[in-house]
Design a protein around this ligand. Structure first.
Ligand code: MN
Length: 507
C-alpha cells in the first residue's frame, strides 16, 4: 500500500510535531496488529481502519481522534489489550478506542450485546463526543463496503444504520454523513422503491439543472451589478432517500418536488444573506408560503440557511438556498466543524445557537451536546432493560425535535409531541414540580396541549402545586416522566440534585 494516505494524515498545517508523531505511530501500530487479517472484500483489514481515519481527517478532527480511528478495532479484533494501548498511546486515545469497542462476546450474546454496546457508546459519548464521531466514520466506511458482506447480515446493518446512526448524524447536524448513510442503506432496505426513485430522479435532475443554470447566470450578473459579494453559487442535488421521503408525501409525483436540485449561494455575512434574498425576490416571484428563514430561526439541530422557491419564468419552480460560509460548514460537517474552525465570529447567531446546543448541561468535557448528557443521564444510571433502552432512544432521540421558547427567548429543545409538562421539567426540575398551569403564546392552555415549533411557553408555578399521577400520561420525555415518578414515590434522591446543577443556566 502506498504511503500517500499516511502523508495525508500527517501533513496537516494545524498539526504539531507531536500530533504527527502520534498519528504515524498509530498508523504503524494498527498496520502491524491487523497484519494478515482480511475484510469480506478480500482487502487487508488495515484498509478499513485507514479509511476511517481518512474520513475523520476530512472532517478536520484532531490527532487523538485520527489515532483512535486507526486503532479503533485493535482491542476488538486483535490480541492487543487496553494496557497495550494505554502504555503506547496514553489515556486519552485509550478512552476513545474503548468507547467504540463492542462489548465482549463472552458476557453478551446476540441482540443484547448489540444494545448494550450501543448504551456503552452513549455513556462514553457523554464524556467526549469524539467517540460518537469516530463511530460514525467507522460505520460510514462499513456502509460503503456493505456489498461485500454476506447477504443475511446486510439488511440488519443497513437497518441499524437507518434507525440509529443516520439520525445521530442528523442530530449532530452532519448533513453530508447523514445523507450518505441513508442513501447507502436505502437499496438494502427498500430495493424496489430505491430503483423507482432513482429512475424518477435521473431525468428530473438534468431538467431541473438546465433551468437552474439560467437562474444562476442571471443572478450572478445582478449581484455583480449591485456589488454584492458572494463566495460561490452551486447546485446541490437532493439525496435519494430524502427525495423518496418527499415523494411519498406527494403521491410519488416528481413534478411536485421543487427542490430536487437547488441553487445554493454562499455569502460572507448574515446581512449578505438577506441582501441576496432581496435580489432573488426582485428578479423572480417567490412561491407564497415557501420562504423559510432558518437563519433567524435555526432548526433544532442548528441548521441555518434561507430557503425560497421561485417561479423561474420558464414555466417551472426552483429552490434557492442562501447561507454564509460558516453556516455551510456547520450544515455539512456539523459538530465536527467545531474542531475544524476555531470560532472567532461570536457575534453570529450560529455561534449562539451552538453555545445553546453544545454548552448547556455539559458537566465534563466541552463539546458534548446537552441532549446527549441528558439522554445518558436517563439511560445510564438505572437498570433499564434492553427493549426499554431502544424504546427510549427512539422516543427521545430520533423523533423530530421542536424548538419552544421561554418568555425570555431561551430555547428549549424537545421531541415532537412534548407538552408544557415536558417543557417545565426541561427548564428546571423545580419548575416542573411546582407547575400549576401554562400559557402558550400568551393564551392559557391545558397541560396536555402538544407544543409546536416556535411556541412561547410561560409556565405558571405555585408553591402548593405537586406532581400528579396523571402527568405521567401527559409527559412524553423520559426525563420528565422520571422526575415525576421520583417525586410521586416521594423519596427525593440525588438525581434531582444533579439535575439542578445542570439546568441552572437555562432559567
Ligand atoms: Mn471498524
Amino acid at each position: 500500500m502506498s504511503k500517500a494516505e499516511l502523508y495525508e494524515l500527517t501533513s496537516r498545517a494545524d498539526f504539531s510535531d507531536n500530533d504527527k508523531k502520534l498519528v504515524r505511530k498509530a498508523y504503524n501500530y494498527a498496520q502491524n496488529a491487523h497484519e494478515g487479517q482480511k475484510r469480506y472484500s478480500g482487502e487487508p483489514y488495515f484498509n478499513h481502519v485507514l479509511a476511517t481515519a481518512l474520513i475523520l481527517n476530512n472532517l478536520g478532527l484532531d490527532a487523538q481522534s485520527i489515532a483512535a480511528g486507526l486503532l479503533h478495532d485493535v482491542i476488538e479484533d486483535t490480541d492487543c489489550t487496553d494496557i497495550d494501548i494505554k502504555l503506547e498511546f496514553g489515556d486519552e486515545v485509550l478512552f476513545l478506542v474503548n468507547g467504540v469497542t463492542k462489548l465482549g462476546t463472552v458476557r453478551f450474546r446476540g441482540s443484547d450485546r448489540h444494545v448494550e454496546s450501543l448504551r456503552k457508546l452513549f455513556v462514553a459519548t457523554s464524556e467526549d463526543v469524539r467517540v460518537l464521531i469516530i463511530k460514525l466514520a467507522d460505520r460510514l466506511h462499513n456502509m460503503r463496503t456493505l456489498e461485500f458482506v454476506p447477504a443475511e447480515k446486510q439488511k440488519r446493518i443497513a437497518k441499524e444504520t437507518m434507525e440509529v446512526y443516520a439520525p445521530i448524524a442528523h442530530r449532530l447536524n452532519m448533513g453530508q454523513v447523514k445523507g450518505e448513510l441513508e442513501d447507502l442503506s436505502f437499496p438494502y432496505l427498500y430495493p424496489k422503491e430505491h430503483k423507482q426513485t432513482l429512475d424518477l430522479a435521473k431525468e428530473q435532475y438534468s431538467k431541473s439543472e438546465t433551468s437552474l443554470a439560467k437562474v444562476k447566470e442571471r443572478l450572478e450578473k445582478e449581484l455583480a451589478k449591485q456589488k454584492i459579494k458572494f463566495v460561490s453559487t452551486d447546485y446541490r442535488r437532493k439525496h435519494l432517500w430524502s427525495l423518496y421521503q418527499k415523494l411519498k408525501r406527494k403521491d410519488m409525483d416528481i413534478d411536485r418536488v421543487y427542490d430536487i436540485s437547488a441553487l445554493r449561494i454562499i455569502v460572507n455575512t448574515k446581512t449578505d444573506c438577506y441582501q441576496v434574498l432581496g435580489v432573488v425576490h426582485s428578479l423572480w416571484r417567490p412561491l407564497p408560503g415557501r420562504i423559510k428563514d432558518y437563519v433567524a430561526f435555526p432548526k433544532p439541530n442548528g441548521y441555518q440557511s434561507i430557503h425560497t422557491t421561485i417561479f423561474t419564468g420558464s414555466g417551472d419552480l426552483a429552490e434557492v438556498q442562501i447561507r454564509t460560509n460558516t453556516m455551510h460548514q456547520e450544515a455539512e460537517f456539523g459538530i465536527a466543524s467545531h474542531y475544524l474552525y476555531k470560532r472567532s465570529d461570536d457575534t453570529s447567531w450560529s455561534a449562539d445557537i451552538f453555545k445553546r446546543l453544545l454548552g448547556r448541561e455539559t458537566k465534563t468535557k466541552a463539546n458534548v451536546p446537552g441532549w446527549i448528557s441528558e439522554m445518558t443521564e436517563v439511560q445510564a444510571d438505572e437498570a433499564v432493560g434492553a427493549d426499554q433502552f431502544m424504546h427510549n432512544l427512539k422516543q427521545d432521540f430520533f423523533t423530530n425535535r421542536i424548538f419552544a421558547f421561554t418568555p425570555n427567548g431561551d430555547v428549549i429543545d424537545l421531541p415532537a409531541g412534548s407538552t408544557s409538562i415536558d417543557f417545565a421539567y426541561h427548564v428546571h426540575t423545580k419548575i416542573g414540580h411546582t407547575l400549576s398551569g401554562a400559557k402558550i403564546n400568551g393564551k392559557l392552555s391545558s397541560l396536555d396541549t402538544e407544543l409546536k415549533n416556535g411556541d412561547i411557553v410561560e409556565i405558571i408555578t405555585s408553591k402548593n402545586s405537586k406532581p400528579k399521577q396523571k402527568w405521567l400520561d401527559v409527559a412524553t420525555t423520559s426525563l420528565a416522566k422520571r422526575r415525576i415518578r421520583t417525586s410521586l414515590s416521594d423519596k427525593p434522591k440525588k438525581a434531582t440534585k444533579a439535575r439542578k446543577k445542570t439546568t441552572k443556566k437555562k432559567s
